[in-house]
Design a protein around this ligand. Structure first.
Ligand code: GRF
Length: 196
């Protein structure tokens, strides 16, 4: 199975998955990385790993449909079977969603459907969890459809909220668990233990 990553920032989830492919924990090939941010850690990591990397954004392709076509073409050229969103901050267009139906994964740093949806990303999620006084939070791997965070949840893990937690400490603990959850979920998909 050939994996195509879309990432906007640091790419630590992407790195965890690449490492797992290299150690054969995941029996798949990290085949391409696409980012809409030319300065992203994700693009740097791709170059270090020798994975073909592309910067495709509204700067390189001002028309939305043109950008979507460029992304699709890049995925096709690299024979991608499964798209892995790893901190990708742009909504995917309908062309990509339809072409790769049930073959696009995302990870979200909460127990979906709680704390998901438009505008709920990054630190905002953890701030909302702390403001609500939740005792636990977590992460979810889900299929991507045309809406934000509404696709079928494939796997979740739970993280206890500590009374001394700040947004930063909570985000860091959840992120550590995200790396494990994303790797385990993709490994299970590749093995056929999770059906998409
Ligand atoms: C993660 O918290 C993930 O849940 C969210 O974006 C963040 C990406 O972090 N979708 P990284 O780029 O993988 O380090």
């Amino acid at each position: 199975m050939r994996l195509g990553f879309l990432a906007s920032h640091n790419g630590s989830n992407m790195q965890a998955i690449i490492d797992a492919c290299r150690s054969r924990t995941i029996a798949a090939e990290p085949a391409v990385v696409i980012s809409n941010n030319s300065d992203s850690g994700a693009l740097q990591r791709a170059k270090q790993e020798g994975i073909p990397a592309y910067y495709l954004s509204s700067q390189t392709h001002p028309a939305t449909e043109q950008l979507e076509q460029a992304i699709l073409q890049t995925l096709n050229e690299h024979n991608i079977d499964l798209i892995i969103l790893a901190g990708y901050m742009k909504k995917l267009g309908p062309g990509i969603i339809n072409t790769y139906q049930n073959r696009v994964l995302n990870i979200h740093p909460s127990l979906l459907p709680a704390y998901g949806g438009q505008g709920m990303y990054g630190k905002k999620v953890h701030q909302a969890v702390l403001t609500a006084g939740e005792q636990e939070t977590g992460a979810s791997v889900h299929l991507v459809d045309e809406h934000y965070d509404t696709g079928r949840v494939l796997a979740q893990c739970r993280v206890k909220v500590e009374s001394a937690d700040t947004v930063e400490t909570l985000a860091a603990r959840v992120l550590e668990q995200e790396h494990k959850l994303y790797v385990d979920t993709i490994a299970a998909i590749v093995k056929g233990d999770i059906t998409l």
